[in-house]
Design a protein around this ligand. Structure first.
Ligand SMILES: [Fe+2]
Length: 390
């Protein structure tokens, strides 16, 4: 690969390791004195983590104001949290939770200094404003191992009524610190471990085969695929397997670094419109489509670019997965999705009548441009039908 030049962006600092939550007090105290803590509310165990967080902040004299985000953040929730943070004169934001809570925290950090509503800044549906000044310092603490949003510059915001999902995106939204403590993921239920882990694997594979990949993301993506391949099923089968949990937390972090710097592909092109219109978790949408997109890409590349670099990349993905060749990688992805009991998309009310409009929306999604080969509408429709599982 010739490299004309590249830019690599990440969180200002990455703190990774089992038990690193204990360092949050010192980290926060170095960034501010009043923290808006944007937290998720999903898991029963979250309350224990939150209590510990509050104690650790208190130890270093950082005041904490809490805001709970349930489910995926919409414009109103984000605006409400930003208003609360402004009212309490917060000078620091901490996000702790899954991708939804962290995305909300990123948006709040941006709104805190730039003002206005999330809608002002959202891509596609927004009013064209940009976050062009530094956001409030943000510490992102993931409690799932999936999205990698702790190191990326965008925050996905939803509006269920209007059926859209769009990003606020700015280099200023990259967290100052990504604190990844795999112990926080130990209590994730199997279903969530499977879906979020397959999201991470999808991100790693898509960022590796994309036309926008570069040598830095390549190295990270292959390392991440190797980790996910040895530990995803283990983490699902035994949530107390700390080694597997640590591997998956690292794989997810790597997937975030890769997607932030190389982009994604057709799976994520579909995931955004699917998640906007139906109550399907992001990881499930990705998992259900991953084997079918891989299969379609490999087939299209064999037809159109058999000697090209993208097909060779699928062979290297296969090696990292321990699957032999590109066909083996597709088969292995299919087996994983079955073994981890990812439900078909039909379970979320998605059917044949939705195919045409979803294909149309997916075609326009920014991730689709990163796919290693252009897939026609008929192929995209077939891919989606397989994911629907009708
Ligand atoms: Fe994803």
């Amino acid at each position: 690969m010739t490299v004309a030049g590249l830019t690599f962006r990440s969180a200002g600092e990455i703190v990774f390791g089992r038990g690193t939550l204990e360092r949050i007090g010192g980290i926060a105290a170095g960034l501010g004195s009043r923290a808006m803590v944007v937290r998720g509310g999903r898991h029963l165990d979250a309350s224990r983590n939150i209590a510990r967080l509050e104690a650790l902040l208190g130890d270093t004299g950082v005041e904490a104001i809490f805001f709970t985000v349930r489910g995926e953040p919409d414009v109103e929730v984000v605006d409400g949290a930003a208003e609360a943070a402004r009212g309490a004169r917060c000078d620091l934001v901490i996000g702790i939770g899954g991708g939804s809570a962290l995305d909300a925290a990123k948006a709040v950090a941006g709104l805190l200094t730039s003002g206005g509503s999330a809608l002002d800044y959202m891509e596609v549906v927004g009013r064209g404003r940009t976050i062009d000044r530094p956001a409030a310092p943000l510490v992102a603490v993931p409690t799932t191992a999936g999205t990698g949003t702790e190191v990326t510059k965008n925050a996905v915001i939803t509006s269920r009524e209007k059926s859209f999902k769009a990003s606020m995106r700015s280099p200023h939204l990259v967290p100052a610190v990504a604190l990844v403590d795999p112990a926080l993921t130990d209590f994730m239920p199997r279903r969530v471990t499977a879906a979020t882990g397959l999201d991470a694997l999808t991100q790693l594979v898509e960022a590796y085969v994309t036309r926008k990949a570069n040598p830095l993301t390549d190295a990270l993506a292959l390392q991440g695929i190797t980790l996910a391949s040895r530990s995803l099923v283990r983490a699902c089968d035994n949530g107390d397997d700390h080694e597997a949990r640590d591997d998956m937390a690292l794989a997810a972090l790597l997937s975030g670094l890769c997607l932030a710097n190389a982009g994604l592909g057709a799976v994520h092109g579909f995931a955004a419109p699917l998640g906007a219109a139906f109550p399907v978790p992001h990881g499930v949408a990705c998992a259900a489509l991953l084997p079918h997109v891989m299969e379609a890409n490999v087939a299209a590349l064999r037809r159109e670019d058999a000697g090209g670099p993208a097909l060779a990349r699928y062979d290297r993905v296969a090696v990292a997965l321990g699957a032999g060749d590109a066909d083996g990688a597709v088969a292995l992805a299919r087996e994983l999705v079955q073994k981890l009991e990812i439900p078909p998309l039909s379970r979320y009310g998605i059917g044949e009548g939705d195919v045409a409009v979803l294909v149309e929306r997916a075609r326009q999604a920014s991730s689709m441009k990163g796919n290693p080969v252009a897939l026609g509408d008929k192929v995209l429709a077939d891919v989606l039908r397989r994911g629907i599982g009708a």
